[in-house]
Write a protein that binds this ligand. Structure first.
Ligand SMILES: [Zn+2]
Length: 468
């Protein structure tokens, strides 16, 4: 039985999806004004592992990650670069999608963009005004937090604490300094859309409420994001969605802990700010994923070069076992031996660890225990049945590959990284050829690779390959 620590109830709750066997999950995606950093990467990777475990457990998962493509930061960037805000958003959306593919994050079912949902956003704001919890102040529309009883239920903050504790800029057009913008009146030089309140653009918080409800329904199962989003972003999402629909917005809220670098907060001014792009020049995706999996998603995590190197080294043990099993299976180096091996026990321990609020450190430890045990047996000199070897490989395929993606599947020995990268480039060129309807070139690439024994496999999600 899966239990999830729910920020909303502050307890580990048994997971009961709204529709048995199906999970609806939303995670806050990037604001596309820059490359994302390794702290963001932690949230994206841990969310990906949770989703993969739900799939492993047999759930059908609908996974939505939004893209905030209109925001103050994007406009600022556009002004700095002297280009259109839309161009900034497009450039960094493309970079974002490339980067998450590099760190083996499974594609979301939908990547809704805020600017494609202006209509949904406007209708939600209109509903809030109708319900008497938002007001139009001369073209700016604000959410009136005192009109929503549940305000503060996620973060545990109440409005009095807020007023006592924070410095908020005095804004004469708001009824209360903590009321937040749903719709921002058009300012010169900014992108805008038409609305019943005049030209303007949406606030950040309303985007996630509108897109979550649109793609997953007015109530859905899981919403995840970084701890820094609990307040005000997620608190405001709840206030907006529940204020509009009168229904519970999300049943389980999951939050990812902070990432520190050498025990300090990552910041541009401290010079310890790393984008994922820079990081993956030095380490591979599997190492980063394994490093993150070794700490529970909710705990803070300290990022150091030494810890990363230790992870890379540790990972070799299970990669070697996986490669060895593949080699034994494909070379036909098999026999009749069927040793006693408690494979079911490893599955049980793995599942129990992950069912306990996605305890990834415990679950990866199970994979390492399994590897120790399996290594001892396969290096004993006996010849094992193909079925036995395949059952060991299957365990790794389901856990280390399927759930964590911490080992490489394509291992053709030395030079494999270069071959993998080159095939990756050809796959990309072929995709571009298809987009520009140059089918002759697309076919040429496939056939030439085929002749080398590299078989491309197209699926809805992506193109993979197999070496024969
Ligand atoms: Zn969000």
């Amino acid at each position: 039985m899966l239990r999830i620590y729910n920020t909303l109830t502050r307890s580990k709750d048994e997971f009961k999806p709204i529709t048995p066997g199906e999970v609806t999950m939303y995670t806050c995606g990037p604001t596309v004004y820059d490359y994302f950093h390794i702290g963001n990467a932690r949230s994206f990777i841990m969310s990906d592992m949770i989703r993969r475990y739900l799939l492993y457990s047999g759930y059908k998962v609908k996974y939505v990650m939004n893209i905030t493509d209109i925001d103050d930061k994007i406009i600022k960037r556009a002004n700095e670069e002297g280009i259109d805000a839309r161009q900034v958003a497009e450039n960094y959306t493309r970079a974002f999608l490339e980067d998450i593919e590099k760190i083996k994050i499974k594609k979301a079912d939908v990547y809704p963009k805020a600017t494609d949902h202006i209509h949904d956003i406007i209708s939600m704001i209109a509903r809030l005004i109708d319900n008497g919890i938002a007001y139009n102040a001369d073209g700016d529309v604000f959410y009136e937090i005192s009109k929503f009883n549940g305000y503060g239920k996620l973060s545990g903050k109440n409005t009095e604490d807020l007023e006592a504790g924070a410095r908020v800029e005095v804004n004469e057009i708001k009824n209360n300094p903590f009321d937040f913008a749903l719709w921002k009146k058009h300012k010169e030089g900014e992108p805008y859309w038409e609305s019943p309140w005049g030209n303007g653009r949406p606030g950040w918080h309303i985007e996630c409420s509108a897109m979550g409800c649109k793609h997953l329904g007015e109530t859905f199962d899981i919403h995840s994001g970084g701890t820094d989003l609990i307040f005000p972003h997620h608190e405001n999402e709840i206030a907006q969605s529940e204020g509009a629909t009168g229904k519970q917005f999300v049943n389980y809220w999951i939050h990812f802990g902070f990432l520190n670098i050498d025990n300090e907060k990552m910041s541009k001014s401290l010079g310890n700010f790393f984008t994922l792009r820079d990081f993956i020049k030095k380490y591979d995706a599997e190492t980063l994923r394994y490093f993150y999996a070794q700490t529970h998603y909710a705990s803070p995590l300290n990022f150091t070069d030494e810890a990363l190197s230790a992870s890379a080294k540790g990972l070799e043990r299970i990669q070697n076992l996986y490669d060895k099993l593949n080699e034994m299976i494909s070379s036909g180096d098999t026999g009749t031996e069927e040793p006693a091996f408690d494979l079911a026990g490893y599955y049980t321990s793995f599942n129990e660890s992950m069912d306990d609020d996605f305890n990834t450190p415990k679950a990866v430890a199970v994979i390492f225990d399994f590897a120790k045990d399996a290594n001892r047996i396969i290096h004993s000199g006996a010849k094992f049945t193909r079925g036995f070897l395949e059952s060991l490989k299957e365990f790794m395929d389901k856990t280390a590959v399927g759930v964590f993606e911490i080992i490489k599947v394509h291992d053709a020995g030395a030079g494999r990284d270069l071959a993998d990268d080159l095939i990756g480039i050809l796959i990309k060129v072929r995709q571009e050829a298809k987009i520009s309807k140059n089918y002759a070139l697309a076919d040429l690439i496939r056939n030439e690779l085929n002749a080398l024994g590299v078989i491309l496999q197209d699926s809805k999600e992506k193109t993979t390959y197999k070496i024969h």
